[in-house]
Write a protein that binds this ligand. Structure first.
Ligand code: 0X9
Ligand code: ZN
Length: 305
């Protein structure tokens, strides 16, 4: 199983996914939801407990932004935690007894690979257009949520380029298609980013408040306080537009508008000392923060739905 003491290359992650399925055939199913621009498979790992079918599910994706290496590392950490501790720890056992968990460890495989081979600071995917020399769209500006308004750019050379039209990017279209098909069961949406230590929820494309803003605020506040108490780390929390910046076309806002009322974006460690270059020695600390936040939010919200 994955070590939390190093980062995995794209090839290593594919190998790890395959190995993990072989080691836990009764709990893990691998679903190919589509392909990236460069035809890498987009593999979702479906985790289920040893029980009858359930009608609820959680979704988590990692690695939308290529250079945020702690994000895929967290998806791996989370999967390993669930598989190791199901039927051992009551918290994760009761979560998995109530819902299935879908995890997409690398949403942007082409970009992730590029950060290993060529440019460590690459953010976007690697899609090519005939009319521009610049490569890539920002996948977190390409969802159909107030697409390409203030906080995104229509310039293909920009780091926050929104793409040619909503869901123009195959990675975004694959995720949106999957969630549209599963929106009756998916109750939680988590998207993992770095850095700056924030627990965010909709909206980011407008300053207007989400319908259940007070409830979402309460959940992330509780999670932030627990992280502070257990691990001493400070996480800011709130609606995206006010807490970080106005940014349309994001996956969390899109998922929320599909009816997934518990929708979150986490920005993991650190606060800027290492930034995207978080050293391997801090992987487990960053992952513990995020794991505690997810367990806190899901456990509390599940009591109400
Ligand atoms: O700008 C982003 O996409 C995220 N920050 S990052 O530094 N990782 O790039 C924040 C996303 C918050 N949610 C939305 N903008 N919808
Ligand atoms: Zn990001």
């Amino acid at each position: 199983s994955a070590n939390a003491d190093r980062y995995y290359s794209l090839e290593d992650i594919y190998h790890w996914i395959n190995k993990t399925r072989q080691e836990h055939p009764e709990m893990v199913e691998v679903i190919m939801i589509g392909s990236s621009f460069e035809k890498h498979p987009l593999l979702v790992m479906k985790l289920s407990g040893r029980r009858a079918a359930v009608d609820k599910a959680m979704w988590m994706d990692c690695g939308i932004h290529a250079r945020e290496w702690i994000s895929p590392a967290f998806c791996q950490y989370f999967i390993r935690y669930v598989l190791t501790n199901y039927n051992r720890f009551p918290d994760i056992t009761s979560l998995l007894d109530k819902m299935d968990i879908y995890v997409l460890p690398v949403l942007n495989p082409d970009g992730y690979k590029y950060t290993w081979t060529t440019n460590r600071m690459w953010r976007k995917n690697r899609s090519v257009r005939e009319d521009s020399v610049c490569v890539g769209a920002d996948l977190n500006r390409n969802f159909d949520a107030s697409w390409c308004t203030e906080g995104a750019s229509s310039d293909p050379c920009s780091e926050i380029y929104c793409g040619q039209y909503p869901e123009s990017e195959p990675e975004v279209n694959a995720v949106a298609k999957f969630l549209r098909t599963h929106k009756d069961t998916v109750k939680f949406y988590f998207s993992i980013h770095s850095y700056s230590q924030m627990l965010l929820f909709p909206y980011s494309y407008t300053y207007e408040l989400a319908q259940n803003h007070a409830e979402l605020l309460d959940l992330v506040k509780d999670a932030s306080q627990k992280i502070r108490r257990f691990y001493g780390k400070l996480y800011r929390f709130g609606a995206g537009a006010k807490t970080i910046y106005l940014a349309p076309g994001g996956s969390d806002d899109w998922a929320y508008n599909q009816g997934i009322k518990y929708s979150f974006t986490f920005e993991l460690q650190d606060q800027g000392k290492y930034g995207f270059l978080l050293p391997p020695s801090l992987i487990s600390s960053a992952c513990n923060d995020a794991l505690l936040a997810i367990k806190t939010i899901a456990t509390r919200a599940l009591q109400k739905i």
